[in-house]
Design a protein around this ligand. Structure first.
Ligand code: HEM
Length: 334
């Protein structure tokens, strides 16, 4: 039988083989392995499945870039030619049976296959900000959310203490409590949240943030729907909607100024920042994730083609090794 120590040794070996950066934890910091352990302790483990955003739906389509973005980035995304996309829509959390009415984040992950065969990923949420400025806050949230064995639910006192000691969680928590979940994946906007850099032909960098706005319009469940909607309506609705014609989102890029925060995904930029339309995403077909193209993709947000680069946002940089831990486990059937 494999012990925990065997598994950790195996995982360390796998991560080295995958060239995953080894993150050493300083005082008060956490490692990606510790964070994935904490997600597992809270949600349990469904073997061979994602540790977070476990419930999801695959889709395919294409992206066509619009001219103006090409001034800021030489990415092939903005060439104007159609770029094939493998997408995945999801609910955040590690519970495969979470109801689609849950007041949690919804995800849209995109893998673009660029003409030179390189890949570009965008892994987004339906909230304009994230609930942690540092990985430690995410870890502490997982620990606070761990169900109390006596009630099967998180202990309200622990959640209260978490909120009081982690103000960086507030903006996203406020968004989720004041916005009902979307009535369809097709009726939600999705935000890249982090700041990225667009790099142009002259090697000039522009700070950017992006979000995708649904051409079907944004729609949230109303209060009666929130109470009456079945546990699994998002997947069938998306599959059906795609049979009626392409589901489209406009990619809107916000151009930052040097004073704008680059490394804090819990803070929005001033509303006055210039925005440009950078392209249109069309989803043409959706299907259950089992055996479909998105199932075995690791939507690591640091997989980027030329012309777009990361910033030093500590959450963005932490996601890559955390996703690799989850990916290595699920690929090996754990
Ligand atoms: C400390 C911060 C975070 C941690 C530890 C974390 C952890 C994870 C893990 C372990 C997975 C599953 C990976 C896999 O097995 O493929 C995942 C998936 C996902 N995460 Fe995060 N995440 C973090 C922040 C974020 C942020 C900031 C966003 C959005 C901007 C985000 C959006 C998503 C989405 C959409 C998925 C599902 C991707 C898919 O469909 O495969 N996460 N996350």
């Amino acid at each position: 039988m494999r012990t925990n120590r065997d598994l950790k040794k195996w995982l360390a070996g796998s991560l080295m083989a995958l060239s995953v950066p080894v993150v050493m934890a300083g005082e008060g910091e956490v490692t990606p392995v510790q964070v994935v352990d904490a997600i597992e302790a809270t949600f349990g483990v469904t073997p061979a499945e994602r540790r977070n955003h476990i419930k999801g739906t695959c889709a395919i389509g294409e992206f066509v870039g619009a001219g103006e973005a090409a001034k800021f980035s030489h990415s092939a995304l903005f060439s104007g030619k159609p770029i094939p996309v493998v997408a995945r829509f999801s609910l955040s959390g590690g519970n495969p049976k979470a109801p689609d009415t849950a007041r949690s984040g919804r995800g849209m992950a995109l893998e673009f296959k660029l003409p030179d065969s390189s890949l570009h990923h965008m892994t987004m949420l339906n909230t304009p900000v994230f609930g942690a400025a540092q990985p430690r806050t995410f870890f502490d949230l997982m620990v606070a959310m761990k169900p109390d064995p006596a009630t099967g639910k998180p202990d309200p006192a622990r959640i209260k203490a978490f909120k009081a000691s982690h103000p960086d969680n507030k903006a996203q928590a406020d968004f989720l409590s004041s916005n009902n979940p979307p009535s369809s994946y097709a009726n939600s906007a999705y935000f890249g949240i982090h700041t990225f850099k667009f790099i142009n032909q002259k090697d000039e960098a522009t700070l950017v943030r992006w979000h995708f706005v649904p051409q079907d319009g944004e729609k949230q469940l109303d209060e009666p729907e929130l109470k009456s909607a079945p546990a699994n309506f998002l997947e069938p609705a998306l599959i059906k909607r795609a049979t009626q014609g392409a589901i489209k989102w406009d990619m809107i890029v916000t151009l930052g100024e040097p004073s704008d925060t680059q490394d804090n995904p819990t803070i929005t930029w001033p509303a006055s920042r210039k925005q440009i339309k950078a392209g249109t995403l069309s989803i043409t077909k959706a299907m259950p994730q089992k055996g479909a193209d998105c199932e075995k993709i690791n939507y690591d947000p640091l997989v980027m083609g030329k012309g777009i680069a990361p910033t030093n946002d500590p959450i963005l940089l932490f996601r890559s090794p955390a996703y690799a831990v989850s990916f290595a486990k699920r690929l090996s059937g754990q």
